[in-house]
Design a protein around this ligand. Structure first.
Ligand code: SF4
Length: 227
């Protein structure tokens, strides 16, 4: 999942730009998720779910034609990406409203260190040109290990090279091959031996369940520490 980050000062059309980028990516055949950072809450005052929450529920889910989860705490980007990856296979996450990130950025006002392009969201031609740039220069979640496997000294150097068109990889090279371990939502690096050990153990157990519906491409396992 590649990340595109939309920024700009107040009332410069950030949400209009997000809408246009999402439409263009979807038209190009990609599956897209969006993430909006807000200082306020996401209340729906007076609705049943709002009453559930005010009664003290930490997570309120609503389902019907659509499903949503309202969780009583903020999440950082790696945690949100982890949840999205568990839910579905998404090609692009378009983010609006975070203050500072090291991801491919489209700005509606002043450029920053990771800006691919400054655009006027209300000029359709500028937005039309964006998708190819986003395809070539955006990248997935950085593992923040500064391990150098990508050929750059740090994740920041890789990110800068990528937005400038000087790096070929789309993803950080420290992405787990077989097993992704997150502790409290944060990725933890595992060497190949440990990955294989975990994969064989868990898949062995799942296979032993011998249920046709459990033929797996990907297995999600969440472990909670007992109280
Ligand atoms: S491989 Fe990934 S974690 Fe390692 S330095 Fe490059 S971007 Fe950072």
């Amino acid at each position: 999942m590649r990340i595109v980050w939309v920024t700009g000062t107040k009332d410069t059309g950030k949400t209009a730009l997000v809408e246009k980028i999402v439409r263009k990516l979807v038209d190009a055949g990609y599956r897209v998720a969006t993430l909006k950072h807000t200082h306020g809450g996401f209340d729906f005052p007076g609705k049943d779910t709002d009453r559930h929450r005010k009664a003290g529920a930490e997570i309120v889910a609503g389902t019907g034609r659509e499903t949503f989860f309202l969780i009583e705490r903020g999440m950082d980007l790696p945690e949100v990406v982890g949840v999205l990856e568990m839910l579905d296979d998404i090609d692009f996450l378009v983010v609006e409203g975070f203050k500072s990130m090291e991801y491919a950025n489209i700005s509606t006002s002043t450029p920053g260190e990771f800006t691919l392009k400054v655009v006027d969201p209300f000029k359709i031609d500028e937005v039309d040109d964006l998708i190819e740039l986003i395809e070539r220069r955006s990248y997935g979640l950085l593992q923040d290990l500064n391990c150098g496997k990508c050929g750059f000294e740090s994740c920041r150097e890789f990110a800068k090279a990528k937005v400038q068109g000087d790096a070929d990889d789309t993803n950080c090279k420290s992405q787990p091959d077989r097993v992704l371990l997150r502790v409290n939502g944060k990725p933890v690096p595992l060497n190949p031996f440990v990955q294989n050990f975990i994969a064989r153990t868990v898949l062995g157990m799942v296979d032993a369940l011998d249920t046709e519906s459990l033929k797996h491409q990907k297995v999600d396992l969440i472990i909670k520490r007992p109280d």
